[in-house]
Design a protein around this ligand. Structure first.
Ligand code: PGA
Ligand code: ZN
Length: 418
């Protein structure tokens, strides 16, 4: 196993992601195995995320990733040659040290994550076990681990803000079916999605069923409550009224301005917005709110968590940036009770695990997440299963790069529970 696990080759290439922007794909070879990983990328990026580097040259309007690719081929590959892919922590530490910056701006978080996950995948292959099992072994620190449950899917129906190209200011309107089997959750979610399509079509015409970055519908609505009413109608018409909870990603950083929030033509203070959220949660079956305030508004995050924590999960995405230190701070001040976990926000597999462990220390929920610019890679599904995440959001039950992740969960469910 020792010889087989040694890295023979690492090579990166610039490819396109689902939004048509360049991203990094890493290929890795040991003497017996081959793996690859394509790095996702967000549009509503938090200020505290590790930095993906882009070329800022004329090609691809500045979005090229040749520099990150060269960093892998010329700096990382020669240093990692001969290292064992089974030594994940050592390799991640080497990557952090070669980079040497706070936010991974020298090599680029896109270069670093690409290599880190390609190494991880090769490790699972050398061990001849499924990726999710390998991740569980590392996460729980033991060879024998039993996966008892799968993450629930948070399925996107309608998108707005930076993702939707409409006037909705809430970024993601999602549903989580409250039943046991994943394949049934996916079926019900898909049926509601298709029912919503018919409703939109009938009410607003065909163009209203065009989709946003993550496969959700992006009708030209301008009020969140309108979107929620349409979703409620679709749930009812599809026949699943008592079986569905609603999850919202507010992504409030996008409408924060000068100590207030400009939302649906009104200026809200933090406490005004809290009242609005309380009302929403009374009217609709809301189970979680992600980023209800902007990424530095610790005070209002704490107030809403205090108020709603027994009823609703408050997930920190931009607030936490999958950063273990920010998670610690958040738990100290009670700023949320859920971690939105995006491995690319922190840049290495090992640090993403540390973030998950830190969240669990405080009994937080964990939702693993894709990015708006993604690929057909399904790593995050195995990751969510391996760490026992409560939920996974991978977009709508529509578009290849989104359903790839849900389809992988169908496979895993069959392997583990049938
Ligand atoms: P992003 O959005 O991938 O565009 O950052 C996803 C999210 O905010 O959860
Ligand atoms: Zn978010």
């Amino acid at each position: 196993m020792k010889e087989k696990s040694k890295i023979k080759l690492i090579k990166a290439r610039e490819i396109l992601d689902s939004r048509g922007n360049p991203t990094v794909k890493v290929y890795l070879k040991t003497s017996s195995e081959e793996s690859n990983f394509s790095v996702p990328s967000g549009v509503s990026e938090g200020k505290y995320e590790a930095l993906e580097i882009r070329d800022k040259e004329k090609r691809y309007f500045g979005k090229g990733v040749k520099r990150a690719v060269n960093n892998i081929n010329q700096i990382i590959a020669p240093r990692l040659k001969g290292e064992s892919v089974l030594k994940q922590e050592r390799i991640d530490q080497m990557l952090i040290e070669i980079d040497g910056t706070e936010q991974k701006s020298y090599l680029g978080a896109n270069a670093i994550l690409g290599v880190s996950i390609a190494v991880l995948k090769a490790g699972a292959q050398v061990k001849k076990i499924p990726l999710y099992k390998y991740i569980a072994q590392i996460f729980y620190g033991k060879q024998k681990t039993q996966i008892k449950k799968l993450p629930q899917p948070s399925l996107l129906l309608i998108e707005g803000a930076l993702h939707g190209g409409n006037n909705l200011q809430i970024q993601e309107f999602m549903i989580i079916p409250q039943i046991r089997l994943f394949r049934e959750q996916l079926r019900i979610g898909s049926e509601i999605y298709q029912t919503l399509k018919l409703i939109l079509n009938e009410k607003y015409g065909k163009a209203s069923t065009n989709v946003g970055y993550e496969g959700g519908f992006a009708p030209l609505l301008n009020r969140a409550e309108k979107a929620l009413d349409l979703i409620s109608l679709a749930i009812k018409k599809a026949g699943y009224l008592s079986k569905i909870k609603i999850a919202l990603d507010i992504a409030a950083s996008t409408f924060y301005q000068k100590n207030s929030y400009k939302f649906e033509d009104k200026i809200f203070t933090g406490s005004g917005l809290l009242k609005y959220y309380l009302n929403l949660s009374k009217t609709y079956p809301i189970i979680s709110l992600e980023d209800p305030y902007f990424e530095e508004d610790w005070e209002n995050f704490s107030l809403i968590t205090q108020k709603l924590k027994n009823k609703i999960t408050i997930f920190g995405d931009d607030l936490l940036a999958t950063n273990p230190e920010r998670i610690k701070t958040a738990s100290k001040v009670g700023a949320c009770n859920g971690l939105l976990l995006k491995p690319d926000q922190i840049g290495t597999f090992s640090e993403a695990l540390t973030a998950a462990k830190e969240a669990r220390k405080h009994q937080w929920k964990i939702m693993v997440s894709h990015r708006s610019g993604d690929t057909c890679d399904t790593f995050i599904t195995d990751f969510a299963v391996g760490i026992g995440a409560d939920s996974i959001k991978a977009g709508a039950p529509n578009r290849g790069e989104r359903v790839a992740k849900y389809n992988r969960l169908l496979e895993i469910e069959e392997e583990l529970f049938s």
